[in-house]
Design a protein around this ligand. Structure first.
Ligand SMILES: [Zn+2]
Length: 351
């Protein structure tokens, strides 16, 4: 089958990740997007990667483009300094002054450095800046206990949901290549393209005074959402399909895509770390479409294929979704009754 971009129909490039590389996706697919449209989603991918950064850092996920596990940054509660966190180590990012004492014309400093390299950089900077200084002792390495570290992250939001919608659409195109190119997804693609533009322009957070380009991009999202009654066709979902099996991997993600031939519903579900759960309504398949559902569990800790995913297919639609009347109702309930907080606390504990 010809590999064409599902957005524009031009020849597709190759080498894009099915599950984002920054989240530990290891599978490279050939032929879902042209280079331009593959790139158009990078703002959304960056947004979801930022939202999940410290979870991936705790877990030790290695982004597929990197040799090193993910690093995130937090604030050291005691000193207010920035610390970097990875599964390997937690360290301060800058030299810290432990004490300073006036001595004659100058002062005596007691400093702590994140590592030996930082000591050398400091010494070089002192010399470059023309400071006269003498080391009073050799640096010695010593581990320390950081105490509590503070992070604040927001999950979801227009761009976070847009990123999940994009991931779902990519998996759908992977599993249902013909339907993805039949025009059936056109409204959905308009929506993901529109929100991707907002993300690319740095508009995931509302800015005080927004430039014309961003205002236009926001207006385009509103227009793109009209066919969906004004709300994004993706929502936080707390009604998993009955009898769904547990994720194959301890810290696995799951993406489900399917078609219910009964009424043509094209649907998707995404569960990140089995904890952050979303449902998606991608469109309606033509009459006579076969019922089929594909579920892929993804291990973000796998080093490489083939054991990075676990895929199942059924000729039924157990995961079909119920589009809620109010998109945020399920989330509001899950927050109010503590369901989501418990799920998240459980994840953090396991991490
Ligand atoms: Zn394209």
């Amino acid at each position: 089958m010809a590999k064409t971009c599902i957005v524009c129909g031009q020849a597709a490039g190759s080498g894009e990740h099915v599950f984002p590389a920054s989240l530990g996706g290891r599978r490279v697919n050939s032929g879902i997007y042209c280079p331009k449209h593959d790139n158009s989603y990078s703002g959304l991918v960056n947004e979801i990667a930022e939202q999940l950064d410290f979870l991936n850092a705790y877990l030790g996920v290695r982004p597929d483009h990197s040799k090193h596990p993910k690093t995130a940054y937090g604030e050291h509660t005691l000193t207010g300094e920035t610390v970097s966190i990875s599964a390997k180590e937690i360290k301060f990012t800058k030299p810290r002054v432990i004490s300073r004492t006036a001595v004659g014309e100058g002062e005596e400093l007691h400093l702590a450095f994140p590592n030996q390299q930082s000591v050398k950089q400091f010494a070089k900077k002192m010399e470059d800046d023309g400071h006269e200084w003498t080391p009073l002792s050799k640096p010695s390495a010593r581990p320390y206990i950081t105490g509590s570290i503070h992070h604040k992250r927001k999950f979801g939001g227009a761009c976070g949901l847009g990123a999940i919608a994009y991931m779902t659409q990519t998996f759908f195109a992977q599993e249902f290549p013909e339907l993805a190119r039949s025009g059936t997804l056109s409204n959905f693609l308009n929506y993901t393209q529109a929100i991707a533009k907002v993300a690319a322009l740095g508009g995931c957070e509302q800015q005080p005074e927004e430039r014309e380009e961003l205002i236009e991009a926001r207006a385009a999202v509103t227009v793109a959402l009209e066919p969906f009654g004004g709300t994004a066709p993706i929502w936080w979902d707390f009604s998993p399909p009955a009898g769904a099996r547990a994720n194959k991997f301890e810290f696995g993600h799951r993406v489900t895509v399917g078609i219910d031939g009964f009424d043509g519903q094209i649907y998707g579900r995404v569960a990140l770390f089995s904890t952050l759960t979303f449902a998606v309504h991608l469109g309606t398949a033509p009459q006579g479409s076969a019922t089929r559902e594909v579920t892929v569990d993804i291990d973000p800790l796998a080093e490489h294929p083939p054991h990075d995913i676990d895929k199942h297919q059924v000729l039924s639609a157990p995961g079909r979704v119920q589009v809620p009347e109010h998109a945020t109702e399920g989330l509001a309930n899950a927050l109010a009754d503590g369901t989501q907080q418990r799920a998240f606390a459980n994840l953090l504990e396991r991490l």
